[in-house]
Design a protein around this ligand. Structure first.
Ligand code: FAD
Ligand code: NAD
Length: 448
């Protein structure tokens, strides 16, 4: 039996964030990870996704290089080189994580953890004990219940594809489907996108859903609205065919699905402690990340609240500040969390959508500022990708409760605006801020 102050189950974003912070505060910490260190984000999420997106973004910029008098010879995408370099980068990140944990004196073991009872976790034949146990086991792809789904890829399988699918069907309309569709189409695949409803990103501000759906259609992505996938058939030539209830028959090289995530809550002994789940199957936590079992906490995707890496990290760090640094009121405020969808172009959002603001404050209290413009990057082109931005303001003081943007560079623009909105900025604050010229960002402080 080995004793620690803190046992962290899961070495992903939330687990590592919390473990490192606890170690920094002097706690004796053990992280148990069954798979590769870094979890979903590093190995099969944000990182490989962003590398694929960057390849697509470079390709997009090359498309406009001719307008600048720069003529490059396009020899197409070398998928194997891109994926090989991507995996090498991920391996390098593993060493950064190992070093970070070691520098905070966090012990790391590779193995599958099982909770045996309060304060007790087993890996192999060894029992580890600690007064505080963190569950940071993350989530996995939800699987559509249709015959032949085993012939399709989830997002993890997508990153394992040995060659570029030249014709791909994507089922889904959330973050992952939107990101994959944009990057694959730009990299030369023909994309068919199967949406459950009318538009992509149906939970985002209507301006964003509309902008990306229309733009993708204009780019040649074939969008199948309100589609019902029925079955997938593997053909003798190795291709796959997706059949829809509407009678559609779509023969492609790969079907990829991204229809949400389900939490990892089974197979590691939750039944041995009083950890309750919510109505959606996620671990129930209070604002301090306490589960219903004393001494057991949960952060990140397994809790179902904003499935984003920085959220998991922030919740994990604040928890460790509370447990090991005496900061009794340390918790994560889940309001005004900024988020980027790495579509092509990018989509950024923080705060309330227009629809949410009207429901919360009443239509009359809400003022909307909207602008559509051509970013200067496209200024020399006959086919610009126009940006669209929106501010959602409430009350006579016009407090900004939502900021949304569709367009090139949104990803690098949003962070600073998120700080301002978190601090309670008003439209007058934006108006009184001197613009940066010539940029797209200046459009946010010059809206009429
Ligand atoms: C394709 C894709 C793209 C994404 N892109 C972004 C993005 O651009 N930006 C962003 O903010 N978020 C992104 N996300 C979301 C982000 O990856 C997750 O929100 C984040 O990884 C959640 O961290 P976590 O610590 O809760 O869980 P995870 O990172 O999933 O870590 C959980 C870990 O627990 C381990 N584990 C589970 N059970 C046990 C056990 N019993 N014993 C030991 N170990 C166990 C797992 O192996 C895993 O490594 C993306 C996700 C996907 C799928
Ligand atoms: N850039 C980022 O920060 C980023 C990128 C990727 C993923 N993520 C995180 O990972 C989570 C999972 O991503 P996701 O795209 O799988 O989920 P999601 O929750 O973003 O979207 C799932 C979508 O699938 C649709 N859907 C559900 N069942 C369907 C069906 N049978 N057929 C067709 N469509 C169906 C839903 O309408 C929904 O729009 C996201 O919620 C997000 O938090 C973040």
């Amino acid at each position: 039996m080995e004793t620690y102050d803190y046992i962290v189950i899961g070495g992903g974003s939330g687990g590592i964030g919390s473990a490192n912070r606890a170690g920094l505060h002097g706690a004796k910490v053990l992280v148990i990870e069954a798979d590769a260190i870094g979890g979903t984000c590093v190995n099969r999420g944000c990182v490989p996704k962003k590398i694929m997106w960057q390849a697509a973004q470079i390709s997009h910029e090359f498309d406009f290089a001719g307008d600048y008098g720069l003529n490059f010879k396009d020899e197409g995408l070398d998928w194997q080189k891109l994926t090989k370099n991507r995996e090498a980068y991920i391996k390098l990140m593993h060493t950064y994580y190992d070093r970070g944990l070691a520098s905070n004196d966090v012990t790391q073991i590779h193995g599958y953890a099982t909770i045996m009872g309060p304060e007790q976790v087993k890996v192999g034949d060894t029992i580890y004990t600690a007064p505080h146990i963190l569950i940071a086991t993350g989530a996995k792809p939800a699987v559509p219940a249709i015959p032949g789904i085993e012939y399709a890829q989830d997002s993890t399988g997508f990153f394992e594809l040995a060659s570029q699918p030249k014709r791909v069907a994507i089922i889904g309309s959330g973050y992952i489907a939107t990101e994959m569709a944009g990057m694959l189409q730009q990299l030369g695949s023909q994309v068919d996108l199967f949406l459950k409803y009318e538009q992509l990103l149906p939970k985002f501000d209507a301006m964003l859903s509309q902008a990306v759906t229309t733009h993708y259609q204009e780019q040649g992505i074939r969008i199948h609205q309100s589609a019902h996938e029925e079955r997938i058939v593997k053909e003798a030539d190795g291709t796959v065919t997706l059949w829809t209830a509407e009678g559609g028959r779509h023969n492609v090289d790969a079907v990829v699905y991204a229809v949400g995530r389900v939490p990892n809550v089974t197979g590691f002994g939750l039944e041995n402690v009083d950890v309750q789940l919510d109505e959606h199957g996620f671990i129930k936590v209070d604002q301090f990340q306490n589960t219903t079992a004393p001494g057991i906490y949960a952060v990140g995707d397994v809790t179902g609240n904003h499935l984003l890496t920085p959220v998991a990290i922030a919740a994990g760090r604040r928890l460790s500040n509370r447990l090991f640094a005496g900061e009794s009121n340390s918790y994560l405020d889940y309001t005004n969390i900024p988020t980027i969808v790495f579509a092509l172009p990018t989509i950024g959002t923080v705060g309330l959508t227009e629809q949410e603001a009207m429901a919360q404050y009443g239509d009359d209290a809400v003022t909307i500022y909207y602008n559509k413009f051509t970013p200067m990057f496209y200024g020399l082109s006959a086919n610009p990708v126009k940006s669209q931005i929106k501010l959602v303001c409430v009350g006579p003081e016009q407090k900004i409760v939502g900021l949304h943007g569709f367009g090139i560079d949104m990803a690098e623009m949003l962070q600073g605006f998120a700080v301002a909105i978190k601090m309670g900025a008003t439209k007058a604050d934006f108006d009184s801020t001197v613009a940066l010229h010539p940029t797209s960002a200046e459009e946010f402080v010059t809206m009429k």
